[in-house]
Design a protein around this ligand. Structure first.
Ligand code: HEC
Length: 275
């Protein structure tokens, strides 16, 4: 055999191995799906949520109640969307669709946790600040030092003085007063980099430790985004929140979930399947 043919054979074998590895990715048909509703939160940062005269959930939150405990009812969210779309809580303009479901599935193996989101991001937004990306999908994980991490999800990073809030500094990103979040984000623009970042005193879109990867596709009007991150550890219950920027929106003009938990061989709103 000539040397060049031999090396071609080697390349062929490596390619075959590569495709076998792709086949070993999660079999999603065997994984239960939990619908989590995302909604347009208007201007209701943690300062608003924690102020008794604005929000009657304040006392319950102090006693340990979760956002989901009060606001999720019969598989939907009980918010007053008229109020959330009104001038006081949404001075710029509300999207036509205030709430929609995101199908969430999770799988883990020895090294990785895979999270798959399936959703239709409806048009009719009020902000089109991102010209490059029609859609962005993000998942954030608060660490145990974030106050009320398992109750409030992403809210501890959402502040009244952050960019796109009324009158705020356009350079100030979301931040955590104590503790930190890990963050991963997929963007729909071709070749866009997957963010593997953190939220501490400021938000950084890279330098994170999740080892985040993501793949997304659109079929009809349905997006499917699959994230891969480092396995946080079997037996753990991990708090998380989801944010979808639809219709070219930026900043606070996303649809967000309340705080949920993901269980890896443990309790959780979403239970990850071992494969
Ligand atoms: C103990 C129950 C309770 C908890 C916990 C709670 N809420 Fe509320 N929330 C309420 C009630 C009752 C209202 C409606 C009346 C009001 O705002 O005073 C409300 C209103 C709201 C509204 C405005 C829309 C509306 O329907 O009036 C938003 C947004 C909201 N809550 C977000 C949150 C978030 C985010 C959390 C967690 C960080 C949370 N709530 C925790 C009880 C709760």
């Amino acid at each position: 055999m000539k040397k060049s043919t031999a090396s071609l054979l080697v390349v062929g074998t490596l390619l075959a191995l590569g495709s076998q590895m792709a086949v070993a990715a999660p079999d999603w048909t065997k994984v239960p799906k939990r619908d989590i509703n995302v909604f347009h939160p208007g201007v209701t940062p943690i300062e608003w949520v924690g102020k008794k005269s604005d929000h009657s959930g304040t006392a319950g939150l102090k006693k340990g109640e979760t956002c989901v405990g009060c606001h999720e009812e019969k598989g939907t969210l009980n918010f007053n969307f008229k109020r959330l779309a009104d001038k006081e809580l949404e001075p710029k303009g509300a999207p036509k669709t205030m709430m929609y479901p995101v199908g969430v599935q999770a799988v883990y193996d020895a090294s990785s946790l895979y999270i798959r989101l399936t959703f239709k991001a409806p048009p009719g937004g009020a902000d089109k600040g991102d010209k490059e990306n029609e859609v962005k999908a993000a998942v954030m994980f608060p660490d145990a030092k974030v106050p009320q991490a398992s109750q409030v999800g992403c809210w501890a990073s959402c502040h009244i003085d952050a960019r796109t809030m009324p009158g705020a500094d356009e350079k100030k990103t979301k931040y955590a007063k104590e503790g930190s979040y890990e963050l991963m984000q997929w963007k729909s623009a071709k070749g866009a980099k997957v963010a593997d970042g953190t939220v501490t005193t400021e938000r950084k879109m890279d330098g994170g430790a999740l080892g985040a990867k993501a793949e997304g596709s659109k079929a009809g009007d349905t997006y499917t985004v699959t994230f891969t991150r480092k396995n946080p550890g079997e037996g753990k219950t991990v708090p998380f929140g989801i944010a979808i920027h639809g219709d070219n929106s930026t900043g606070r003009f996303h649809h967000v979930s309340l705080g949920y938990t993901l269980g890896l061989g443990a309790d959780g709103d979403v239970k990850a399947t071992k494969q």
